[in-house]
Structure formats: C-alpha cells, structure tokens
Design a binder for this molecule. Structure first.
Ligand code: KMH
Ligand code: ZN
Length: 278
C-alpha cells in the first residue's frame, strides 16, 4: 500500500562553508526561520547539525539543548539531531548528542569513505548509540551509505532488539563519493534488501549533489520517503545555486504530489515513525 510521503529537511550539514554557500542556515535564528518555512511547505522532520559563532560545525551541548528547545517552541517538526556530526568529531561528543533530548537521532550503520575523509562508525560505537537510544526513548533513523550497512543493521536488531517505539526507519544516503551510487538501480537493490529487516520497515532516500533528482524520483516510485536540503545539495540545477532550503522542500512536495503521495503531516509522521504525540 502506498502512503503519503514523509519529508525530512536537512538544512545545514557539517560540510559546506558559510563563506562559500551564503544561503546556508548556520545561526539559530536562520535555522528557526528555515524550519518554520519548511514545515509550512510540508516537511515533517528536521535533521539538525549546528554551527558555532564562526559558523563551524559544533556538538556543543548547550547549543544543542537550546536548539532542540527553540525548534519545539517554534514548530511541530520532529527534531532529529545528527549523531554523525563532522568527520572530525570524537565518539564521546557524538554519543552526548542524545543528552540534548531530541525526538530522534541519526545512527550510521558503518564506516564509509567520505570524499577524501573517512566517516568512522565502529561496531561497538553503533551498539552504544543504539542501546543508549533505547534507554532514553530516542527514535533512531538508521543512516545507510553502503548496502552492507543494511546487513549490519540486521545484525544489530537481531542482537540488541528493536529501537524505541518498535518501528524501524532507515535513510539511504546515496551518491557520497566512497559510498553507494545515487542511481535508481542501487535504490531498488537497497529496497529489496529491506526484506531481511522487520516487516513494516520504512525508508527515506536522499541523493547527494547531482543524484538528488534521480534518487527522489526512484524513492517515490518504490514507496519510499524523501530527505532533501542543503546538507545534501547546494546546486538546484546546472549553474543555479540553491537559494534556500524552502526551494528544495517545495520541489520535493511538488514531486510527491505528482506521485499522488502528498506530504505527511507532522502528526501522521509521528504515527509512522512510532513517536509519541507531543
Ligand atoms: N556529516 C557527516 C560526516 C549524520 O548526520 O548522521 C555525517 C552525517 C551523518 O551527516
Ligand atoms: Zn547529517
């Protein structure tokens, strides 16, 4: 059965520099404005990376708490903090993200080459993140950069049990240089591997850079959901920089409506993901 479309906005990320991408929301005020506008357009989840006063990525605990509180006060969006941070962030700081009390947090299911860097996710670290989320009632979004990450997820759930809320949701992050390609064929292969995961497992997909549109169309046509935003794409079309996250969310909403799978409301998204009503 096809459902409406869960739309996640990932507005900032840790990789783009404000100096090179002036439209990137990096202050709390910029993030809140983006969040409100994207919610009004149809986003239900916000995947959050924050920046410091110099616009550098940070996992500062005070700022994370302030961000979660401000997003809750200004929007009804589901607040998903990144536990991935930047490739340079230490494991302890990434685990401590959960102390800020988000609704959800990302949990990447393995190490992957990440451009010229390595995004390190050791098995013991993944187990720690997963079990702490279970204890604290934080719902994970399992980030899948490689098909083998799905096999690790199957192992994780088999050994340590289902996440808080009982529903499994994964996000295919496709087209990272070093990870799986952002193609329809790869998305179909990834989606077929979900048969080995608990019944009812849902997925979103996002394609980095120029794989954004092929991945979006493939996800909609295979029953998947969408993540869009300037974390993943800073070019709207050839030679046209993204002007705002709203532009990307509006495009995703348009595609979802064409697919006759309109955006889920925040309440419907909470139901899908096994989150409590606020
Ligand atoms: N910034 C990447 C190194 C996540 O948010 O969990 C990791 C990332 C994944 O963005
Ligand atoms: Zn992220």
């Amino acid at each position: 059965m096809t459902t409406g479309t869960l739309i996640t906005v990932a507005p900032t990320g840790a990789e783009s520099a404000k100096a090179e991408v002036p439209a990137l929301p990096v202050t709390l005020d910029e993030l809140l404005l983006t969040a409100k506008e994207c919610e009004a357009l149809g986003a239900a989840v916000i995947h959050v990376h924050i920046r410091d006063d110099e616009a550098r990525p940070t996992l500062d605990q005070g700022r994370l708490r302030e961000t979660v509180a401000a997003l809750r006060e200004s929007t009804d969006l589901i607040v998903q903090l990144s536990s991935g941070g930047a490739v340079t962030d230490p494991e302890a700081a990434r685990l401590a993200v959960l102390d800020a009390g988000p609704d959800m947090a990302s949990c990447t299911m393995g190490t992957v080459n990440f451009g010229d860097d390595v995004f390190l996710n050791r098995w013991e670290f993944i187990v720690d993140l997963h079990t702490r989320m279970q204890e604290r009632g934080v719902v994970p979004e399992y980030e899948i950069f490689e098909l083998g990450h799905l096999t690790s997820l199957q192992r994780l759930l088999g050994k340590y049990g289902l996440p808080h809320g009982g529903h499994v949701h994964v996000d295919f992050v496709m087209g990272v240089p070093g990870g799986m390609p952002g193609t329809a064929a790869t998305l179909v292969a990834a989606q077929q591997m979900l048969r080995d995961l608990p019944a009812g497992t849902t997925f979103s997909a996002t394609g980095i850079g120029r794989s954004t549109i092929p991945v979006m169309l493939a996800s909609l046509s295979t029953g998947g959901h969408l993540r869009v935003g300037m974390e993943d794409t800073v070019t709207y079309a050839k030679g046209r920089p993204v002007e705002s996250n709203m532009q990307l969310v509006a495009r995703a909403v348009g595609f979802a409506q064409l697919a006759q799978r309109p955006p889920l409301t925040t309440a419907e998204a909470r139901g899908l993901l096994g989150l409590q009503e606020r």
